[in-house]
Design a protein around this ligand. Structure first.
Ligand SMILES: [Zn+2]
Ligand SMILES: [Zn+2]
Length: 318
């Protein structure tokens, strides 16, 4: 399966500011030597060697992922503002002609996980068909509420694609054409669910938003069958460890706890996700390097997962 990240930010979309762009240019220029800018080739090489925060951006769109199975089945996981660009991409193919079909998995209905829906082009096109899964029995009402006339000029029913809402049993599993999808309730205000998606012996896990505080960690083995031996886990790590202690019950986790869980359950690759809107690109570079330092101090070689931080456009090939 192949997973593409279209939105990686938590809470609220955070576009890059003009000041940030200027700062990046200034810092990059300060690092350049005359040789670095002697030819187009050397410029490309110079850019490639800059820290990610200077040559690009982690992205400001809120949570949305696209997963395509080996059999060609499309899953959309969460519908934050990143869904808008995904919709435009899908509309270039079958979804633009009203012949598209996909499954949508929702973790919960906080704004940052549904706010892309009113701008999702394939929903406007008659003939497209979507199955929307979540463990919330009133999911349709929640999504409709986002688009009542006082909040948005087009209500959900006026979006002409077929939209079937399916309520999953909590902590259950579902099979869609040979793909196993297990959901797991997570600690988060109002409730949230993680998804484990398995195909041909490969397992991908998406768990945003989730708070693994001391109480959850004390009883962490009850999450064993959910996390065990996953090939890749996209994990909510909105806070630093210090912030985490000041934000108990806010519903998110720090990278160090995600690393502990990944190592305990032999996860092969961990991707830090749901970045705090207050964190700029440089801070996110620092989040990754601090997480790597934590792993270096606390884990034996071979026992640690591969560690990455999510950015918009990232592709995970499993
Ligand atoms: Zn969120
Ligand atoms: Zn949330």
């Amino acid at each position: 399966m192949k997973i593409k990240l279209w939105g990686v930010r938590g809470s609220i979309p955070t576009p890059l500011s003009s000041d940030s762009v200027r700062y990046k240019i200034k810092k990059a220029l300060a690092l350049a030597s005359p040789d670095d800018i002697a030819s187009e080739e050397s410029v490309e090489r110079f850019i490639d060697n800059l820290p990610f925060s200077l040559r690009g951006t982690y992205g400001g769109n809120t949570a949305s992922l696209e997963l395509i199975t080996e059999s060609g089945e499309i899953f959309i996981v969460d519908c934050g503002s990143g869904l808008r660009a995904l919709g435009m991409e899908l509309a270039k193919g079958d979804f633009g002609r009203g012949r598209g079909a996909a499954s949508i998995l929702l973790t919960h209905t906080h704004w940052d996980h549904i706010q892309g829906i009113p701008f999702f082009l394939p929903f406007f096109i008659k003939g497209n068909s979507f199955k929307i899964y979540s463990p919330f029995g009133d999911c349709r009402e929640r999504i409709e509420y986002q688009q009542v006339f006082t909040h948005f000029p087009v209500n959900l029913d006026c979006m002409l694609a077929t939209k079937e809402f399916i309520t999953l049993e909590r902590d259950s599993e579902l099979y869609v054409r040979g793909v196993r999808i297990a959901n797991k309730g997570m600690r988060h205000p109002g409730g949230s669910f993680g998804y484990r998606i398995e195909e041909n012996g490969r397992a991908f896990i998406y768990t945003s938003d989730c708070e693994f505080n001391m109480e959850e960690m004390h009883d962490i083995d009850r999450y064993g069958s959910f996390f065990n031996n996953a090939d890749a886990v996209v994990f909510d790590t909105q806070y630093t460890f210090d912030e985490f202690f000041n934000k108990i019950d806010w519903g998110h986790s720090p990278a160090s706890i995600a690393i502990d869980i990944a190592a305990r359950f032999k996860v092969k690759r961990l991707i830090l996700f749901h970045h705090d809107p207050d964190y700029d690109d440089e801070k996110l570079d620092e989040v990754l390097s601090n997480a790597k330092a934590y792993m270096g101090i606390n884990m034996r070689e071979g026992g640690a997962p591969q560690l990455d931080i999510a950015y918009e456009g990232m592709v995970i090939d499993l």
